[in-house]
Design a protein around this ligand. Sequence first.
Ligand SMILES: Cc1ncc(COP(=O)(O)O)c(C=O)c1O
Length: 372
Amino acid sequence: MYEAEGVPRGRGVWRYKDLLPRLGKTVISLGEGSTPLVELPWASESTGAKVYGKLEGLNPTGSFKDRGMTVGVSIAKGLNAKVTVVASTGNTAASMAAYSRRAGLKPVILLPRGGVAKGKLLQALAHGATLIEVEGGFDHAMEAVLNLVSLDEAYIRRVYPLNSFNPYRLEGQKTIAFEVLEDLGEPPDYVIVPVGNSGNIAAIWKGFKEAGMLGLPEGKPKMIGVQAEGASPLADAWALGLREPLYTHNPRTVASAIRIGRPVNWQKALKAVDESRGAFLKVSDEEILKAMATLASEEGVIVEPASAAAYAGLLKAHRIGMIERNSKVVLVLTGHGLKDPDTLSQISLHARIERASNPQEALEAIEDLARE
Ligand SMILES: Cc1ncc(COP(=O)(O)O)c(C=O)c1O
């Protein structure tokens, strides 16, 4: 991984791995990263661009969070922490529970009550995490963790916080940029990322910027952050030309992973979009569900609603003339669709199910299909 040739330095050459934190002897890994970058033919055909999807759902716990968690939990272990703690909309919970247990640490997770997709909740429980359900959504759960961080350093070494304000998380997540560069051989024109707490878009941009230190072409990619209409503090601010988010007080969207009204990393995300001359967009729940259905039925890829927001964002960006023909676009498809079976059944409501009371009827149904 990350072995691409860089510019010469002294007696060796810089490689991507030189841009990653040194973790010493304790590395807690489940084989994360190196996810496929696949072309999305339906999206390419519809937009005239060359569109790729980075399938982050194929990480060990089914989302990009594993890239950051391997680094964060390794650091926690190295510090001799006893407990790890996060606020989560679900994927962080699943990931930190898996990596923490593997490290022999006790994971504690603050979740918005009733606001987490079923698969993610079950993942965290199966890994043996302690769950604390918090009333009032993710932002309240996050507030509790932020209060904890304001305690003294000795306490934090024992009870180690792993939300994306932890810089080690973002260091791991920037490897998405390195892999895209390795696979495409050059930066794409656009990278489209769903935005919640807004750490990932900042991390990916950091990766591209630092890869520039290895002599890569500058000025690419433009980072486009996509939020859901009911949880769009950054997209709303961007549309009005404001330099601070317009916090959403009661965020609502089908995309539970990005149902966040007060993103903690907003400054870094705004910087990423500014520096790359990108944009923030917002898409409706209807567009998200439609994108999720299209991805599944036309592209063969099942993603969760938050990831489908990136696809919906691409279609919107194309509609408003933001994406030039033949440009290269990477959609970061952040999490696996099987984690959210309720939304998956929602988009499958009209799926065709034939009935056969014996093998002959089944054969006839197949024959009918072959004749159509
Ligand atoms: C599937 C998925 N997509 C996107 C995001 C948003 O990432 P960030 O909070 O870093 O903006 C999350 C965060 O939980 C997620 O789980």
